[in-house]
Design a protein around this ligand. Structure first.
Ligand code: SF4
Length: 345
């Protein structure tokens, strides 16, 4: 099946619309092993390293099965990249979905209008009709996936599943045909039910938050440093499946409401709501500490950090903030910071 890729700072692209148009929605994932070459002539040196990596790959050439790309309004880096994509990336269809920054009634109306515009543009470009009944079916499928992922995520807390393995699983869901991944998730749940806890109890229980973290090897690296990721609010993690879409509502309205009301990210306001979600996770999963990772030049995270630091200090929950480059050599260079944090918590 042909694919439509999505590129956003937050997970706010309604995949159900893409599925109802008979395309496989594919999240664009970075590749920390590549160096930038083509991208530097298009962007300033202070551009987010993750978004830069995605653009580098796109400039080199996307998977030929990708027939279009949807960028959703998020941070300044992803927003400003859209113009460069239009100008320089070889892809037939590009759409900028204007997801509102606010979450009130006016924002909802605005978002519904833009989702409808996205449908119109897809219909025109590919000469198809996206039926409302079909969107409703895809919502049901995605809700099933969200429920399974949420259930599986709980096994991190009782030490039957590593954070890196779970992260890999969410990434598979975001990059493969959704119909095929349901069975993978059901099988994983069956396996976990009979499994005995195997993760060392002495590992420090952490809540992982921060920018887009799409390299599962980074989570594995944290595990090697003595941590067990028992909870997260990542886009390749909890923010992808925490809530469900209302199946009894008009499907477009339900999708718009779902994306506006899901756990908030640093690209949207107000920040304190994000803190409340993190605080609840930290308390529910009895974490020893919080690790907040910013990709280098990730402005939303840099602005959030002082507030998060202050609030976690008030709660007396140890908090570590690390800004890092998007390559695996960098993980090794940061080893001592993580090891020191594991020791003190
Ligand atoms: S990591 Fe930060 S700056 Fe980069 S795309 Fe995500 S939100 Fe934007």
């Amino acid at each position: 099946m042909s694919k439509i890729a999505w590129f956003d700072a937050d997970v706010v692209t309604p995949e159900e619309i893409i599925m109802a148009a008979d395309f496989t929605p594919i999240r664009l994932i970075g590749d920390p092993s590549i160096e930038s070459s083509k991208v530097d002539e298009h962007i300033p040196p202070t551009h987010c390293v993750w978004a830069k990596n995605i653009l580098e790959q796109a400039l080199r050439g996307l998977d030929p099965e990708i027939k279009g790309v949807i960028t959703s309004h998020g941070c300044d880096c992803t927003n400003r990249e859209f113009d460069i994509w239009v100008e320089s990336v070889d892809v037939d269809f590009l759409f900028y979905l204007n997801v509102p920054l606010k979450r009130d009634k006016i924002a909802l109306k605005f978002f519904i209008t833009d989702i409808n515009e996205m449908i119109t543009q897809i219909e025109k470009k590919f000469n198809i009709k996206v039926k409302s009944t079909r969107i409703s079916e895809e919502i049901k499928l995605m809700n099933q996936i969200r429920k399974h992922l949420k259930e599986i995520s709980e096994y991190r807390s009782n030490l039957k599943l590593s954070g890196s393995e779970f992260h890999r699983l969410v990434k598979i869901v975001q990059t493969h045909d959704k119909k095929n991944v349901v069975k993978t998730l059901i099988d994983k749940l069956a396996e976990l039910k009979d499994k005995k806890p195997f993760i060392d109890k002495s590992k420090k229980r952490i809540l992982l938050t921060g920018s887009v973290i799409d390299d599962s090897e980074f989570l594995k690296f944290l595990e090697e440093k003595g941590f067990q990721i028992v909870a997260d609010d990542l886009c390749i993690g909890s923010r992808y499946f925490w809530n469900l879409v209302d199946e009894n509502e008009d499907p477009i309205k339900a999708l718009a409401e779902y994306h506006l009301n899901k756990p908030i990210y640093s690209t949207r306001m107000p920040s304190y709501e994000r803190f409340i979600f993190l605080k609840d996770l930290a308390e529910k999963y009895e974490v020893n500490g919080v690790i907040n990772i910013a990709q280098k030049f990730c402005e939303p995270m840099l602005y959030d950090h002082p507030y998060m630091k202050k609030k976690f200090k008030e709660l007396e929950i140890p908090y570590l903030f690390v800004e890092m480059l998007y390559n695996r050599e960098q993980y090794k260079q940061l080893s001592t910071r993580f090891e020191a944090f594991a020791e003190i918590i």
